[in-house]
Design a protein around this ligand. Structure first.
Ligand SMILES: [Mg+2]
Length: 306
């Protein structure tokens, strides 16, 4: 969940001519995974299922024309971001304009010129890859590589309502590096940044169950969303994190609670009812974190109000 490898490019060909599909598949076979459909309806279904980066769409098809298929693809949330390239036997300004107005990004004329077709698909695959990279970056914190707070805010909304619907318990952990300001002041900001990254990576590696999400919450504060996790399980997780960070043995001579870098963790959990709020869950974890600090740090405290 915390890092995704770059995916293979996905291409969908929608054309009522089997000959045309065979030819295009042969031209594009090295560029990614290819699906094909011989009707608009089948093509739309495949597009929703596989979310292709690029869709090659024949304009002249019986039943649903390429223009109609394009309109549906652009109105469907799962498919609207795909790059659609029209394939058409008609050339000329008018059909070009109509294609672009329908939402296509480019078009290829029949008979298909192989290098031109390949180059146009390549261009659109690059556009799609860059767009994906931007989306990935927008979710990430630049220093630690963890998800950022904005992404956390989106995901906690989703998880909260999912748990509300299902009547399941949702856990949350707030994690804070102990005496981090003293660390920064004593060792300098460069060392401070390294320490932050090491702690962040250790927390991310320890938080890998499906749907678990770790984000940077503030300066030296992190937050973990723990789906289907009871207060007791969240406490165990917190205690385990404290051990993991302690075991990194990053020297911290300016700490009052240990000779190495440590963390404090506050955990809370609740089965969201109709009246409960995300704020309630976060406040409960925050209060527990405050108590962990007050009790001497390097420990986990479970909320008694969650
Ligand atoms: Mg046709």
């Amino acid at each position: 969940m915390n890092s995704a490898p770059e995916e293979q490019s996905r291409i969908l060909i929608i054309d009522d001519s089997a000959t045309s599909i065979r030819l295009l598949s042969a031209i594009l076979k090295d560029l990614g995974r290819i699906w094909f459909a011989t009707s608009g309806e089948a093509g739309i279904a495949l597009a929703r299922e596989h979310r292709p980066h690029v869709i090659l769409l024949d304009v002249e098809m019986p039943l649903m024309s390429g223009y109609e298929v394009c309109r549906v693809l652009k109105e469907t949330s799962e498919t609207r971001d795909a790059s659609i390239i029209f394939i058409t036997g008609q050339s000329g300004m008018e059909s070009e304009i109509r294609a672009l107005e329908a939402g296509a990004v480019d078009f290829i004329t029949k008979p298909v010129n192989q290098p031109v077709a390949k180059a146009r698909v390549c261009t659109q695959l690059n556009v799609q890859r860059q767009a994906e990279a931007l989306v990935r970056l927008a979710k990430r914190d630049g220093l630690t590589g963890l998800f950022n707070r904005r992404y956390f805010n989106e995901m906690i909304e989703l998880e909260f309502s999912r748990h509300q619907r299902q009547g399941h318990v949702l856990g949350l952990a707030l994690i804070d590096i102990d005496h981090f300001k003293a660390f920064n002041d004593g060792y300098g900001h460069l060392e401070g940044d390294t320490c932050l990254s090491m702690v962040a990576q250790t927390i991310a590696l320890a938080t890998q169950r499906p749907s678990e999400i770790v984000a940077r919450y503030g300066g030296e504060e992190f937050v973990a969303i723990l789906p289907h996790t009871t207060l007791e399980e969240a406490s165990k997780y917190g205690a385990w994190l404290c051990e993991k960070i302690y075991d990194l043995k990053i020297p911290h001579q300016f700490s009052s609670c240990a000779s190495v870098v440590t963390i404090s963790v506050g955990v809370a959990a609740l089965v969201p009812s109709e009246n409960s709020t995300i704020r309630q869950l976060i406040n409960a974890a925050d209060h527990a974190l405050y108590r962990a600090k007050a009790a001497g740090r390097n420990r986990v405290i479970a909320s008694d109000s969650g």
